[in-house]
Design a protein around this ligand. Structure first.
Ligand code: SAM
Length: 284
């Protein structure tokens, strides 16, 4: 069975806004398959990003989850408030606003552990991932739909053409699994590209441990800022050249390597060497 987002939007005098990444899932079978594959622990509290017309919200509620859903489009949040919330008034809260300006922990009512689900608007995918990384101590699982191209970048490993800053960060902090590839035909309006659902499971212990998160971030960013350059040259734009040589040597990484060949673990060892050199072995 398909639902008709076009019909619902027409009936309420609404339109799909491209600028808000509004491609609504029109196939309940795909939504069900997505949630089947997601294997969210039963009873887990869910923060949903961009519920739209409720294509994922409704089946989440059917499966017994409690949901806090954040929708930026007032017409849509009002629709959900009127049509969906009455079906589960004590398990659905709808917030009208921009998820990038909200605090995940507050949305989850201060819970120590919760899940995040969303068919993400393309425009906010990258900043949202950085916000999720900040909240990772409480977000145990995130099941997110991305444009396929971005998902490919996120799951990329060293040596892949699309390997970059986000892949390094995400691979360090989370286990990433590709759950489902979805064609454009199940959305209204139809996007030009395919979509991919990923599950991120944030790790409870990190190995190797990072001595200084800020230096780790700076090391990864500096390495990729000039990805065609050798690490020695790229890192020298941020750190003193003699420190770069010492850190590379301490981490056992050849100076003529490029950032795109390093694993997350290599970056951590390198950043830890910078931390030790900056603050002295006793303090770092
Ligand atoms: N979840 C619905 C579905 O699968 O059919 C809608 C997905 S649609 C790709 C993305 C949704 O995110 C839209 O409803 C859009 O209005 C909403 N959105 C866009 N930017 C947002 C933001 N910054 N904060 C919250 N919601 C946003």
């Amino acid at each position: 069975m398909t639902v008709s987002p076009r019909k619902i939007l027409n009936e309420r005098g609404l339109a799909a806004h491209k600028g808000l990444g509004q491609n609504f899932l029109a196939d309940p079978g795909t939504a069900r398959r997505l949630l089947d594959r997601a294997e969210l622990p039963s009873g887990m509290f869910i923060v949903e990003i961009g519920p739209g017309l409720g294509a994922l919200t409704a089946p989440l509620l059917e499966r017994g989850f409690s949901v806090a859903a954040v929708e930026i489009d007032r017409g849509l949040s009002q629709y959900l408030e009127e049509e969906l919330r009455p079906q589960a008034p004590d398990r659905l809260t709808i917030y009208s606003g921009d998820i990038l300006e909200m605090d995940f922990r507050e949305l989850a009512g201060g819970r120590a552990s919760f899940g995040v689900v969303g068919n993400l608007p393309y425009q906010i995918s990258s900043p949202l991932l950085f916000n999720l990384l900040e909240a990772r101590e409480n977000v145990s699982i995130a099941v997110l739909m991305f444009q396929k191209e971005l998902a490919d970048r996120l799951v990329a490993g060293p040596g892949d053409r699309t390997y970059g800053i986000l892949s390094v960060f995400l691979n360090y902090y989370a286990r990433i699994e590709r759950l489902l590839d979805i064609g454009p035909e199940v959305f209204f309006p139809r996007p030009k590209v395919g979509s991919t659902v990923l599950r991120l499971t944030f790790k409870s212990s990190l190995d190797p441990a990072i001595k200084d998160e800020e230096i780790f971030k700076q090391t990864v960013r500096a390495g990729f800022a000039q990805r065609r350059k050798t690490l020695k040259n790229a890192l020298s734009a941020r750190f003193a050249p003699e420190m770069v040589e010492a850190a590379l040597s301490a981490a056992g990484i050849k100076p003529d390597k490029r950032a795109e060949t390093l694993t997350s673990g290599d970056f951590v060892r390198l950043a830890n060497a910078f931390s030790t050199l900056s603050f002295g072995p006793g303090q770092a």
